[in-house]
Design a protein around this ligand. Structure first.
Ligand SMILES: [Zn+2]
Length: 244
């Protein structure tokens, strides 16, 4: 995905509200356990606002693009998707770009970002919901959009107006002058990292707010990560900063 948040990382401060969604899941149209309607219901029951059923776009499954439009209601919507597989790419064989759970290292993304690619990354379950699979509803995106429609959600995603989480919540993120100010649910660690070998870190028992200087990251990019006592994390997209 391209697009970037600038002065309003993750879309905080924009009109609308925050919607929770899973952008990567599987139904029995490819290797998932349940029909699309039942797959979607798992997320609905868990309080999500939207889901994308992303079947493997491969010949053995008949190249499915799962039509979930009839599962949309006033308070829940779906995005149409598929999991595409590149047969061969510069960086390796048959790979697909997905974030499963929370990345422990941003190295690869940071290399691409330093080369000038404006990438965003998101968390998702990638849940076929088979008995042997991990539990669903463990990783999601919070999208800031004006309304719960596929059009508004896709526009917000392309603009980078979202953050990803496996637990904690960002309440606000703002660039104010030469600082970045973050407010969040109670966490034990707040990190500011990115295209610089150094990092800014705040640690404590019950952090809900912090302001970091941005000096390390001027002319480059940075991102915020928060971590709660269980080790669950949430993180913003890269925030690209001008040279001072
Ligand atoms: Zn998948």
């Amino acid at each position: 995905m391209t697009g970037l948040p600038s002065g309003l990382p993750a879309g905080f401060g924009l009109p609308g509200r925050s919607f929770r969604g899973n952008l990567h899941t599987h139904s029995n149209r490819s290797d998932g356990a349940f029909p699309p309607a039942d797959t979607v219901q798992v997320y609905r029951n868990a309080g999500y606002d939207f889901v994308a059923v992303t079947g493997h776009f491969r010949p053995e499954f008949g190249y499915p693009i799962t039509d979930t439009r009839d599962l949309r209601t006033a308070d829940f919507t779906t995005l149409i998707g598929a999991e595409l597989h590149a047969p061969r790419a510069e960086a390796g064989q048959s790979w697909h770009i997905v974030a499963v759970g929370l990345p422990r290292s941003w190295h690869f993304a940071d290399v691409l970002l330093d080369r000038g690619h404006r990438l965003t990354a998101y968390a998702a379950d990638d849940a076929p919901l088979q008995p042997q699979d991990p539990l669903p509803c463990q990783a999601w995106v919070q999208v800031r959009a004006e309304s719960l429609t596929p059009e508004a959600l896709l526009a917000a995603l392309k603009s980078g107006h979202f953050y990803s989480s496996t637990g904690p919540e960002f309440h606000d993120v703002r660039v104010e002058g030469d600082q970045i100010v973050v407010r969040c649910s109670p966490v034990t660690k707040i990190l500011l990292t990115g295209g610089h070998p150094g990092a800014e870190v705040a640690e404590g028992g019950n952090l809900t707010e912090h302001a970091f200087p941005l000096a390390l990251f001027q002319g480059r990019h940075c991102r915020l990560t928060i971590e709660d006592p269980t080790g669950a994390r949430a993180w913003t997209n890269p925030i690209h900063l001008p040279e001072l």
